[in-house]
Design a protein around this ligand. Structure first.
Ligand SMILES: [Zn+2]
Length: 574
């Protein structure tokens, strides 16, 4: 089962979600200045009364409830030492405010550094949306955020505070904002009513599905590109041009000329399973360590963000297979086992030895380290036809066993892999959530001492000492979390693969011939032993590692009975 990753990002929330969830206060902030600069501007338009009116109208129109005014009359925008503002900030820190709305950015403050810190770092970390009506800024949708001239401010601020940490945070945030405009993959189209939403573009999605099918049937990317050309399937660019969605309306010279890299790109794109893949963290945090590109295993996968074009199962199979790249052979023949077959003794790949002139009985495999009789490794020769028969029998036997003894099979697998059991999984998840809790605490503490230092409550010396100890702990805890997450991802993948294998085997009717798809989906690895002479006959032992369960010895009737007794015993003691 996939563990759903909670989407922390607020951008998908609608106004009513924000309002309906916990009915937090919508803070409407007004300020009238005594500054000369402000006086010269249109005083009437900035009067508190006028500001209030604008804010009220905005809330009515956009469905913000539970509103409350916070007013500072006659106070400069260069200081944040204002009673109304302070009151609002206290409530914000207590988590009571959901949204802060101002008429324009300058109402909020003229000290741009501080405005930037609050709107870009502090409020997002508290889950607060900041809206400036005049500038069309809305931090929950990312709208208008880029017009806030924070990059320049940030540098200024950085120089003053010499805080590397904060600079890093800034980088994360801006990288994230850039990702918001990420392009929509071939097969989807942006929803006209909701920019964030993707809909399936059926015409293109058909092509995507076709590509996955072809790959799972054993074709490589080059072959698939060739096939698409034969079938006169428009390339993505040609397709966009044909419907007027591309950058150009001119059809390319050869609209069917698919590149294998395009095919690869489509096969590797996990978003076709309906998920989002976040390389960076979507929430703003004070952590330095999180800004590096996250390894594949730890990327944040958020399922069900759009309708799936390809099933999760199929995508994972394709992904597994692409890790063992397969190339078509010069002879034009392809091996059903390429990428799967290894020498048991030296671990190297087995070469498929064939030629156009060979009959089907003559194709064979040989250890890649066996070089013309030189003794790197012995030949480990096995004929293709023999191997096919062995694999066919192994699959058939396993399928028979699974069909007849479903529960015994699941019990055996469970015993072999304890982490697949739910109690063990629960314990791991518990550990992870504890570590994450501590991570949040450290986040909070880091932020708190930063603020204390910025407002002069904490000496630089003391701040340095504290930050160093927090950082050290942070590093440790980040490591722990990464390890636990990787472990859980692995377990989830294993259990997913197991259910895939199980369903495939259960529904397998009489197998009489091996097709590459069957081999690729059911088998992970095959090892070939050196032949032996046994009672005057030559015998080759082959180890078959199935997907998810590895080597599996089908138990005898006696063994099955023993397992069943154990299962009953477990049930009684449980
Ligand atoms: Zn070898």
């Amino acid at each position: 089962m996939l563990c759903p990753v909670v989407r922390k990002e607020q951008s998908k929330m609608t106004t009513s979600d924000i309002q309906g969830k916990d009915n937090k206060i919508t803070a409407l902030y007004c300020r009238l200045s005594v500054d000369d600069a402000d006086k010269q501007s249109d005083e009437e338009s900035n009067s508190i009364k006028n500001q209030k009116q604008i804010l009220q109208d905005y809330c009515k129109k956009n469905g913000y409830h539970n509103t409350r005014f916070f007013v500072d009359d006659g106070i400069s925008g260069t200081t944040f030492d204002r009673p109304g503002f302070k009151e609002m900030e206290t409530l914000a820190e207590e988590g009571k405010i959901g949204t802060i709305i101002v008429k324009d950015l300058s109402r909020f403050g003229r000290e741009q550094t501080e405005v930037g810190r609050l709107t870009q770092i502090v409020y997002p970390s508290l889950g607060i949306t900041f809206i400036a009506i005049q500038e069309h800024v809305n931090t929950s949708t990312g709208e208008g955020v880029e017009i806030m001239p924070f990059h320049a401010i940030f540098n200024e601020w950085y120089a003053a505070q010499t805080s590397k940490k904060i600079r890093q945070v800034w980088k994360t945030k801006s990288e994230h904002n850039m990702r918001v405009s990420h392009h929509v993959p071939f097969g989807y189209v942006r929803d006209k009513n909701d920019k964030e939403k993707w809909l399936i573009d059926e015409e293109a999605a058909k092509v995507v599905r076709h590509i996955f099918e072809l790959f799972l049937s054993g074709m490589g990317t080059v072959q698939i590109a060739g096939r698409l050309k034969e079938e006169k399937v428009l390339t993505p660019n040609a397709y966009y041009a044909s419907i007027g969605r591309g950058y150009t309306f001119d059809l390319p010279d050869d609209p069917y000329k698919w590149k294998d890299s395009t095919v690869s790109h489509i096969l590797d794109n996990r978003k076709y399973t309906g998920c989002m893949v976040n390389n960076a963290y979507s929430t703003v945090s004070y952590k330095v360590h999180k800004t590096t590109l996250i390894p594949e295993e730890q990327r944040q996968i958020i399922p069900n963000c759009q309708e799936a074009i390809v099933s999760e199962d199929d995508w994972l199979r394709v992904h597994e297979l692409r890790k063992n790249r397969r190339r078509p052979l010069k002879s034009g023949k392809t091996s059903k086992f390429s990428g799967l077959l290894f020498c048991h003794d030296c671990g190297s790949k087995m070469h498929f030895c064939t030629s156009r002139t060979y009959g089907p009985n003559q194709d064979f495999y040989r250890c890649a380290m066996y070089k013309n009789g030189k003794d790197y490794c012995s030949a480990h020769i096995i004929r293709n036809i023999v191997l096919e028969r062995i694999v066919l029998i192994a699959i058939g036997d396993l399928a028979d066993f699974v069909r007849c003894y479903e529960s015994v099979f699941m019990y055996m697998v469970g015993e072999r892999n304890k982490t697949l059991k739910s109690e063990a999984l629960k314990a791991e998840k518990m550990k992870l959530s504890q570590a994450e809790k501590r991570q949040n605490e450290l986040d909070f503490l880091t932020k708190r001492i930063y603020e204390d230092n910025a407002f002069g409550k904490l000496s630089d010396d003391r701040y340095e000492k504290l930050i160093q100890s927090y950082e050290a702990e942070q590093k440790e805890i980040d490591k722990t979390i990464a390890e636990l997450q990787a472990k859980l991802t692995r377990t989830e993948r294993e259990s997913l693969e197991l259910s895939y294998l199980f369903n495939k085997l259960r529904n397998l009717s009489q197998v009489t011939e091996l097709d590459p798809e069957l081999v690729n989906t059911l088998i992970k690895r095959i090892e070939v032993h050196q032949r032996e002479n046994r009672d005057g006959r030559k015998v080759v032992k082959v180890d078959i590692y199935f997907t998810a369960i590895g080597m599996f010895d089908i138990p005898s009737e006696k063994e099955i009975n023993a397992i069943m007794r154990r299962m009953n015993g477990d049930r009684k003691t449980a």
